[in-house]
Design a protein around this ligand. Structure first.
Ligand code: HSE
Length: 437
């Protein structure tokens, strides 16, 4: 009889409960696939009394994650507690130190301490697996680390936060308010405990820093991610995007350039015909540009209990089979420290929405400030239907939307400062970068 692998699960929220259910539902298939039974022998969560709709009989209850992590009753520790410090970090370190493999969905922990944890796992010769930390059910970690080993990757980008995509999709389609959509995302269990992590772009940045490391063989550097959230996106922008043939998505983009690696998270205009623009709701999508495979896009559920549990269980199955990959694809000492490129040096097209006082000279000022800096305009649209007002009154601000051809961030910002100084603009411009396939 083959020895079972004994699993301890810390955190029994939406994902934790789904992991236990999934392991039970697929018990026989998993035993056949891995060659040994997978048994949950220990659990811990904040509230023992809460009914989670899963049977915990036969599992030892622990009052805190660290004692579960150290228990001799488990071989593998699954961390679904969350948070980049405190019990999650302590328990993961304790598990690794006691030579237990770890499976985690904790992108915040990995973004901040991934390098140290990967090194510790390496020293202890155990696995540190984190498929569920990026893009929920999409097997993007395995794809980058194993599936594309024969490629040089030049860019990885995508929709990495289900909550934001859900909010933007519903706002656009149903003209609902931001707040209404966020509440619904929370009700459905997509949002982080603190939803500012989602809407502020931080969750995407954590995930992007992990993808960047896997894609480029470089150390995780989450502090170098330029981050903008979706709080400033209005229905006016969503409508203008539609009229101009674009859609707005919160993208995480990591790109190798001649100067180093760009890592940025921001609302982005994507052509309406692009595959990423078709991705709506909680769905995530990751596109990889690489030399051999050219372009590869993976699309799937980015959040939610079952989808995330699917990734956690895949990691558990790998470990049950005895697979121990270098967590970040290379030994920690072999990861490079490529410089990160500041967003000011970003080159691309821009969407600019200005609130312009409707009086003579306004357009001339905008055009002159752009032309002075060699910024070429792809389109310019003055629409009374785009903004809060439905009809123009002389002297009152009206929305003007510009789409530029490729230029640099620094030049755009300088031009807009000059436009502001001319006094025709009623409020700070809305600027959204354009990303093309
Ligand atoms: N809050 C995250 C999201 C959960 O909305 O994508 C998955 O990481």
């Amino acid at each position: 009889m083959v020895e079972p692998i004994r699993v301890g699960v810390a955190g029994l929220g939406t994902v934790g409960a789904s992991v236990i259910r999934l392991l039970e539902r697929q018990r026989q298939a998993l035993t056949s696939r891995t060659g040994r039974p997978i048994v949950v022998t220990g659990v811990t969560a904040r509230d023992k009394a809460r009914d989670r709709g899963v049977a915990l009989s036969g599992m030892q209850w622990f009052d805190d994650p660290v004692s579960l992590a150290k228990s001799s009753n488990i071989d593998l520790f699954v961390e679904l507690v969350g948070g980049d410090e405190g019990p999650a970090r302590e328990a993961v370190e304790a598990a690794l130190r006691s030579r237990k493999s770890v499976v985690t969905a904790n992108k915040a922990l990995l973004a901040k301490h991934g390098m140290g944890l990967a090194k510790l796992a390496e020293e202890m010769r155990v696995a540190l697996a984190f498929e569920a930390s990026v893009a929920g059910g999409i097997p993007i970690v395995k794809t980058l680390r194993e599936g594309l080993a024969g490629n040089q990757i030049v860019r990885v980008y995508g929709i990495l936060n289900g909550t934001c995509n859900y909010i933007l999709s519903r706002m656009e389609r149903e003209e609902l308010s931001f707040e209404e959509c966020l509440k619904e995302a929370q009700r459905l269990g997509y949002a982080e405990a603190d939803p500012t992590f989602d809407i502020g772009g931080f969750d995407t940045a954590h995930k992007l820093s992990i993808l960047s490391s896997l894609a480029f063989g470089t150390a995780i550097d989450a502090d170098a991610v330029h981050i903008e959230g979706i709080q400033t996106i209005s229905l006016a922008d969503l409508k203008a995007a539609e009229e101009l043939g674009y859609r707005i998505k919160l993208l995480g983009v990591a790109q190798r350039t001649a100067d180093g690696i760009e890592q940025r998270v921001h609302p982005t205009m994507v052509p309406r015909s692009s595959s990423i623009a078709q991705v709506m709701g909680v769905t995530n999508a990751v596109t990889i540009d690489a030399d051999a495979v050219k372009e590869l896009t993976l699309v799937g559920p980015g959040a939610g209990g079952e989808a995330t549990a699917s990734a956690v269980v895949a990691d558990i199955a790998d470990i049950a089979k005895g697979i121990r990959s270098a967590p970040l694809g290379l030994p920690v000492a072999a990861l490079d420290h490529s410089p990160r490129v500041a967003v000011q040096r970003h080159e691309g097209g821009y969407y600019i929405r200005l609130s312009v006082y409707d009086r003579p000279g306004a357009f001339a000022s905008i055009a002159a400030r752009m032309a002075e800096r060699q910024i070429s305009l792809e389109s310019i649209m003055q629409r009374t239907g785009v903004g809060p007002r439905s009809a123009s009154q002389p002297g009152q601000p009206v929305p003007v939307v510009l789409i530029t051809y490729a230029t640099t961030e620094t030049v755009i910002r300088q031009a807009l400062e000059a436009v502001l100084a001319d006094g025709y603009i009623a409020e700070r411009p809305q600027v959204i970068r354009i990303e093309r396939e």
